[in-house]
Design a protein around this ligand. Structure first.
Ligand SMILES: C[S@@+](CC[C@H](N)C(=O)[O-])C[C@H]1O[C@@H](n2cnc3c(N)ncnc32)[C@H](O)[C@@H]1O
Length: 191
């Protein structure tokens, strides 16, 4: 089931809202990271630079065939062989990845959809011990040029509370100017 208000505007417009490589570095994605999963990769705005920064594989999941094709095509054009695209509904089917098998999960612009705990519990399951969860989302401010409706747009405090409930420990909060915030959490020892 595709999450509410998770469609994308035109790629050209979407990509004016971020500096993806700089944002990823701030969020702790660099060459010390092995394998990464992105829930809802969209055009691959963050998938592509993540694959260029890390050592292992980026698993890019999306429910939309068109998004998966665009991300895969972009990877091919750039000669990147460490992106594995997965056409899949992560709400109904999960990620299909093994327990304790990845180092970083990206939940980028997605935690406003229904049942955020499903994504957070699945993230906790697939992350290795000391693995990281990165959440970014639109500022809780109606003046942002895009973003989900304010009544479903989570605040950083809400995201942190949900993630802690899933077992994560908060590490960092970032102001990702101009329109986003970022939260980095760690998979703690036990739930
Ligand atoms: C707002 S976009 C964010 C894309 C990307 N993370 C970014 O920040 O550029 C959300 C993406 O999640 C995908 N999506 C929504 N519900 C999904 C589901 N249940 N399973 C897999 N993908 C889903 C949408 O198709 C869309 O491409």
């Amino acid at each position: 089931m595709k999450g509410r208000e998770s469609g994308m505007p035109q790629k050209e417009m979407w990509e004016t809202f971020f500096d993806p490589k700089a944002l990823l570095k701030t969020m702790g994605i660099d060459n010390r990271v092995q394998d990464v999963v992105e829930f809802g990769c969209g055009y691959g705005t963050f998938t592509i630079p993540a694959a260029q920064l890390i050592r292992g594989t980026v698993y890019a999941i999306d429910i939309e065939k068109e998004m998966i094709e665009q991300a895969a095509n972009e990877a091919a054009v750039r000669g990147l062989h460490n992106i594995k695209t997965l056409l899949r509904d992560f709400m109904l089917e999960g990620t299909g990845l093994s327990n304790d098998s990845v180092d970083y999960v990206m939940l980028f612009n997605i935690l406003h959809i229904e049942r955020p705990e499903i994504m957070l519990n699945e993230s906790f399951r697939i992350l290795r011990h000391n693995g990281k969860l990165g959440i970014i989302h639109w500022n809780h401010d109606p003046a942002t040029p895009r973003g989900p409706s304010m009544n479903i747009r989570p605040t950083p405090e809400m995201c942190i509370q949900w993630a802690k409930k899933a077992g994560f420990v908060k590490q960092e909060l970032h102001d990702l100017k101009p329109y986003h915030y970022g939260i980095v959490l760690k998979k703690g020892d036990s739930k």
